[in-house]
Ligand binder design. Sequence first.
Ligand code: OAK
Length: 883
Amino acid sequence: GLGDGKARVERMFGFMDRFLKNDPISLQKDIMDHVEYTVARSRFSFDDFEAYQALAHSVRDRLIERWHDTQLFFKRKDPKRIYFLSLEYLMGRSLSNSVINLGIRDQYADALTQLGFEYEVLAEQEGDAALGNGGLARLSACQMDSMATLDYPAWGYGLRYQYGLFRQVILDGYQHEQPDFWLNFGNPWEIERIHVTYPVKFYGTVHEEDVNGVKTQVWVPGETVEAVAYDNPIPGYGTRNTITLRLWAAKPSDQIDMESYNTGDYINAVVNRQGAESISSVLYPDDRSHQGKELRLKQQYFFVCASLQDVIRRFKDTHDSFDEFPEKIALQLNDTHPSLATAELMRVLIDEENLGWDKAWNIVCKVFSFTTHTVAPEALEKVPVDLMASLLPRHLQIIYDINHNFIEELKKKVGLDYNRLSRLSIVEEGAVKNIRMANLAIVCSHTVDGVSKSHSELLKTRVFKDFCELWPQKFHYKTNGVTQRRWLVVSNPSLSSLISKWLGTEAWIRDMDLLAGLQEHAANTDLHEEWNKVRQVNKMRLAEYIEAMSGVKVSLNAMFDVHVKRIHEYKRQFLNLLGIIYRYDCIKNMDKKDKSKVVPRVCIIGGKAAPGYEIAKKIIKLCHAVAEKINNDPDIGDLLKLVFIPDYNVSVAELVIPGADLSQHIRSTSYCLCMLKAFHLMLLTCLNFRHIILCEFYFFFNLFIIRISIYLSVINTEIWCSTAGHEASGTGCMKFLMNGCLLLATADGSTVEIIEEIGSENMFLFGARVHEVPALRESSPLKVPLQFARVVRMVGDGYFGFQDYFASLCDKVEGGNDFYLLASDFESYLEAQAAADRAFVDQEKWTRMSILSTAGSGRFSSDRTIEEYAETTWGIEPCRCPS
Ligand code: OAK
């Protein structure tokens, strides 16, 4: 018979005579079969969305083929694997990315044309998978693409939120949040694994038992839910490798709790069980603060518990002893959100695998690495001890034990320096006792990475200063990158073809450094012409979108000036708006002759504000109020337009970025300046008191700074001052850079490294420069430029309406409250804007700068970042599935 065994295997091979074919006829047949049998529509009557669904399923079939092969290959080879743990992924759409990576986009486009459909129209039907907030989440998605492309044996783990990031709807200029029902119409990109489930337990009590003469802690949990796996295949480009992003959904446990059923209240018992699903129901929409929320902690533990069970199960399939665990497994903590994994692995190894503390600890210290994406120490996650005690009592014990051992070791090293000990402790003492998740992650990880060179400096000098002093060799950085597959090939196909044509190869799609080859053509007028044509078509596409979304018609001759990202005070969208108001005011007061010299602008702003972030929401409203005024002012015409793009997400970014001439990355670099100003004030006070020694010190210090700046300006014409800022890295700027958009930016985070690649002369930088620092220190710290005061007052006095509503926004920058230094940067910001205007008039110069931007973007591929992680942090090697 065909039971198990060999006969069955042979029979199966008989079915598998070949892989799915990609010629137009086979593709058409597959699509039509899916229309009929998967979507269950008649071949004679189906709409664009149904056609998209069928198309997606036919692509999915091809993904699954490669995915099976890859998984089987990994299993046979058993390489060291990397498990990437992240609570957020911003994947966006999958169709276009998949067909590009599978190398069958054109074939599908042809097949569809013959069926009477347009590929682009169907691709537009897909909604975004938005299981994340912003930078960190999109970075995870880019890194998955790179791990697949570079053939690394990698697994991504995440949560399958029923509702992703809220949809932003604008009514009367105000943001409203609506749930993101992304799963309502099915999700062809996931494979439900009903048999891959694990129990996850919460609450209950811990007691001590004597097991074979050994005192053992026994956790008796109070609630069990089930984690079900949903696999999302992630195809690499130019390789057969297709890796897995496994997302967990919470389901009620199958284990029937007899007691609750026996009470006779059957209906309530069933309803209560269903509550389990709430754990994975919704993504927290605030990317910085969700401290002390029980559901959030539940999500985190649910996630790490299921993921680790899966990792350990896979390990045990082929290994008998845990000694090999660190040689076979690397666990990456994407920020602190999954850092409970450290305590969970300890618990499993001690309580379930009976390895004992020392062996378990030895393993934990070898497998975890941690990347931090934050700059502000106050934004680091903390969990109240009470909450931990009730939800995860056994984990709290383990964390206390880890901390105890750590502090004891520390005392041997640093003595009884209690201030230092308390700063380093995983447990924060105080009115409310907290677990510091970052400290837990650092203590348990072998490597801690920052996300840019300047971020790493900040970690050393501020955020994790004590830890860096303690373990300097633990701290590193990997400058972020983004995937050129999505951000050029998928989203800007015409520029991609142009690049390939001029480089004479498509190899840059897997090797971004090759883009440097464009440098030698940067002055070529033929390239200029083709480059501008492509850019103009992208602008046209964006202009059509703007008109459809906001009804505003924009001129293609204008400079498209884009500022898109989450709305945050530190990202300074308010500074941009004040600059726009200033420009408006200038144009309004110009005579006709001067107006003809104005460079027309279309200012485009987009981004979501966290639902509870009042000031950010006011900034959105202000943008609409200012737009209303400017766009309807006949004195202004096409010289200035302002549009807000609603519901900014990955797919909107794919449209906006290729169409931008200029993009803004103008976050505040205030830490550095604030410190200098405080220092300056202190010195002035000392001077008043005729404090001779300090006077002398001040004098020499000034001389020293001047000398340094002269010296630096000799070796590099302009050195920028912001070694510190609020942005850890920033990745949006990299996407714009690749697409040949010029950057208007402060020199912090990743911009510092962009300057190194393309030179400050190819960007519009502002903010304090090193050689300006002495002069800055001479000026009064409270000096507010007149133009600044004037534009803020225009808002405050109701020129754009809503006077009361905007009052608190103005308070944020007036009267010495200007924490993000909008006033002190305003003049320099306007200068940078004016420099951009001047460059734009000189089209030849602009185009050269644009080409050089793309040419210099090679370093900012996530392929480079992932290679660095693989080599220096994870210790893994490529494992390429044969084609
Ligand atoms: C989100 C939640 C908690 C902490 C940080 C974040 C986050 O998105 N951080 C951002 O990560 C990006 C990727 O590393 C960086 O480019 C951004 O600078 C950083 O703000």
